[in-house]
Design a protein around this ligand. Structure first.
Ligand code: GLU
Length: 429
């Protein structure tokens, strides 16, 4: 069988088209919402430490801002393309809409591999990104945040560059800032915790006790780490974690049948989520192939790395025990795999609902910056849980009452909200 090649933007459009049809959406709105509104493709020349200049390809794409300023991360990845950013920007629109926050969808990307860059090179890249894009981002225009391989320090360099050019303080221009410099407590944990809040709600609906479940996770970056921590705190057992190894340029799965000790794994990973194989072996972990996370006999799979991981080609390898998939990553399941997942009776919490905790906390960060008054971590996480639970309940109830899978139900809710906004604004008749 030849391996299908998946394009995330085609996937995002296929998901949208299917639900636009279910909703009988008019052709003007369909055309408008299946295409990003604005795209910026630009280059960033960076002076490297060795004196040479390297030119990086970068993107910022605004999918839709009918509900509010565009919002979404900037991803640093060697395989970034215009189409991955288009897809991610589109998913941000649905993500903000499903949790009902007054923001639109945008995303950025730079083709680069941060572990290969020194701190100084990373700083110049971040500042260069903002210099190129200055007039197109802003608290009321488009607000970036961290994503794959970008972090609070990168956000602060970007903020500082923006404020230096603008000649004033504009904390609302970017979220995911360090705490004490306009960041919100809980933002680091928010995406991973949000994944587990939706999982907890689903397990409750399915009358399953978290303590009686096991999980396998793909990824060990920010999302996976905090999802693993909270799931373990709830009594669940993480059997395996898979992550990219920078030195070997391949992924490995780290397994402990009795349950991984998350703190221990965190202590032997680098800031990009790579776990050191030798140290893991010494701590008693089995080190398996990168895709072994998918074949574990567990109840829950949490893909929390990149897109296009769960496809029909690998679906047959998933254990019959799996009854829940939580999409911590954006776009980890291809549209042609959704019917197989439904047929197998697996409940899938779709990405733009499951991982909406990050952007929800970014919204709280904006609110706190606007007030210049910062909440306690407890207050932030309480509000986060409330918002995630509310969104989950609406999606779950619609999926039951209309006999839809949760992805289609979430799309119906989001598309209706955005379609209503573009109609009221008079963008379509
Ligand atoms: N990058 C995160 C996401 O994909 C967060 C975006 C944000 O906080 O704006 O949802």
């Amino acid at each position: 069988m030849s391996m299908a090649v998946y394009n995330p933007f085609e996937n995002a459009r296929a998901q949208f088209d299917k639900v636009a049809e279910q909703l009988n959406l008019d052709s003007g709105t369909r055309e408008l919402l299946r295409t990003p509104m604005k795209e910026f493709h630009f280059t960033i020349p960076v002076k490297m430490d060795n004196g040479s200049t390297k030119v990086f390809q970068a993107y910022r794409i605004k999918h839709n801002d009918a509900l509010g300023p565009a919002k979404g991360g900037i991803r640093f990845h060697p395989h970034e393309t215009a189409d991955t950013v288009r897809a991610l920007a589109t998913w941000m629109t649905w993500k903000c809409a499903v949790v009902d926050i007054p923001l639109g969808g945008g995303k950025g990307g730079v083709v680069c591999n941060p572990p290969d860059l020194s701190q100084g090179e990373q700083e110049r890249l971040c500042r260069g990104y903002i210099r190129r894009l200055f007039s197109q981002v802003g608290p009321n225009i488009d607000v970036p945040a961290p994503d794959v391989m970008s972090n609070a320090q990168h956000m602060l360099w970007m903020l500082d560059e923006y404020e230096t050019i603008a000649g004033g303080h504009y904390p609302g221009v970017i979220t995911g800032k360090p705490v004490g410099l306009g960041g919100s407590l809980g933002r680091t944990e928010a995406t991973g915790y949000g994944v587990v809040y939706t999982l907890e709600a689903l397990l409750k609906a399915k009358k399953l006790a978290p303590e009686a479940t096991t999980a396998s996770i793909q990824g060990f970056g920010n999302v996976a780490e905090y999802a693993a921590r909270l799931y373990t705190e709830m009594g669940g057992k993480v059997i395996a974690v898979s992550c990219w190894n920078q030195a070997a340029q391949k992924a490995y799965t780290f397994k402990k049948s009795g349950g991984c000790n998350i703190e221990q794994l965190v202590s032997i990973k680098d800031s990009f989520g790579s776990i050191e194989t030798e140290k893991a072996k010494a701590l008693g972990y089995e080190v398996l192939d990168g895709d072994a996370w998918l074949t574990q006999e567990v109840d829950i799979l949490i893909p929390a790395a990149l897109e296009n991981q769960i496809t029909p080609a690998v679906f047959g390898k998933i254990s019959k025990k799996v009854s829940v998939i939580c999409e911590g990553a954006n776009g980890p399941t291809t549209p042609d795999c959704d019917p197989l997942i439904a047929e197998a009776g697996i409940s899938l919490i779709p990405d733009f609902l499951c991982n909406a905790g990050g952007v929800t906390c970014s919204y709280f960060e904006q609110v706190q910056c606007n007030m210049n008054y910062f909440w306690s971590k407890e207050e932030v996480l309480d509000k986060l849980k409330f918002t995630m639970n509310k969104a989950f309940d609406s999606v779950y109830e619609l999926s039951l009452s209309q006999k839809l899978n949760m992805r289609d139900a979430a799309y119906q809710i989001s598309i209706k909200r955005v379609a209503n906004a573009v109609k009221l604004r008079g963008w379509v008749s």
